[in-house]
Design a binder for this molecule. Structure first.
Ligand code: ADP
Length: 309
């Protein structure tokens, strides 16, 4: 089983020709509602790849919360540890331009109320799981409590350190140092290296992953959008995978599909990190060819087809 501790958000999105500048108003297409939140997205993406998946998180006692829970159930994600908090369900306000580039503002709402007690109550389940998959849209203290339970039991800890908070404190650094696999995008990688005292400017992408291993994770993967990913394995050897050429229409959900696929591959095969990254790049690429977050996550058969090309 894959246990995800993370966020559940209602994505409210509008497509525009070009993104608004500060102070500017632009008019776009019809409002779309979609199930989102990095936690829920990654849980649904892992489930679509065939893994038994449960989500530990919180929604509000409102219409969005009920709708999002129903979507998780329809996708086959276990929602028995999805609590109800005294705040509105988290929401994401998304604007997407004609090239697929996006701008997102998040209201965390109930996600921000996930506490360590709730997570500690699930310690036995985390201990029995194959992998714990974390992101940073719920309080870091809750992630840390989950990671400690996982570590004590030898459950694989995968951390997608996104979104990166403005100030990177000791709790986050402890979380990162105890992670088996750290996954970040290029911007997050640079932010973490700067916070870790590595203040070089203009990081060379090929060295990002190996440099991040200094923060403690056993394996590091840095995603580079259409350019694929760079990674460093437990020996610290840097390597890269160029990614797949696809017709991208919407980048939302690519990173989440990537993280879920990497995690599922890692717990279901004995293959090396390179094949896991290749599999995850295929998942990310396929997710960009479809709109939405959870709706865009590919199946294992779709990934296998792309890998054969
Ligand atoms: P995030 O959305 O978290 O910033 P990235 O943009 O780096 O993450 O995308 C995650 C992964 O999805 C990439 O490593 C790549 O494998 C895949 N991907 C993203 N955008 C594209 C694209 N335009 N073409 C092909 N693959 C893509």
């Amino acid at each position: 089983e894959v246990i995800v501790v993370g966020s559940v958000n209602m994505d409210l999105s509008v497509r525009v020709r070009s993104l608004p500048a500060p102070g500017q108003t632009v008019s776009g297409g019809d409002l779309r509602r979609g199930s989102g939140g990095k936690g829920a997205n990654q849980a649904v993406a892992a489930r679509r790849l065939g893994a038994r998946t449960a989500l530990i998180g919180r929604v509000g006692a409102d219409e969005f919360g009920a709708e999002l829970r129903a979507a998780l159930r329809r996708a086959g994600v276990d929602d028995s540890a999805l609590g109800i908090g005294a705040a509105a369900t988290g929401s994401a306000l998304i604007v997407i331009d004609s090239t697929g580039e996006n701008m997102i503002t998040i209201s965390p709402g109930a996600n921000g109320l996930l506490d360590t007690d709730e997570v500690a109550g699930q310690a036995a389940r985390i201990a029995a799981a194959d992998a714990l998959l974390l992101q940073l849209e719920v309080p870091i203290a809750a992630c840390l409590a989950a990671a400690r339970a996982a570590r004590a039991a030898g459950t694989l800890v995968v951390l997608n350190a996104a979104p990166l908070p403005a100030d990177i404190g000791p709790e986050l650094l402890e979380l990162i140092s105890g992670t088996d696999i750290l996954i970040v995008n290029e911007g997050e990688a640079a932010g973490l290296l700067a916070a870790g005292g590595d203040a070089r400017r203009g990081f060379d992408p090929s060295t990002l992953a190996s440099a991040l291993r200094a923060l403690g994770p056993r394996e590091v993967v840095v995603t580079l959008g259409s350019r694929g990913a760079v990674f460093a394995d437990a020996d610290g050897d840097p390597d890269a995978f160029a990614g797949f050429a696809v017709e991208a229409v919407d980048a939302v959900g690519a990173g989440d599909a990537f993280c879920a696929a990497l995690t599922v591959h890692r717990v279901t095969t004995r293959d090396d990190l390179r094949s896991a990254v290749r599999y995850a790049c295929a998942a990310g690429a396929l997710a960009t060819t479809r709109r939405g977050a959870q709706t865009a996550a590919p199946t294992g058969a779709e990934i296998d087809d792309l890998l054969r090309t």
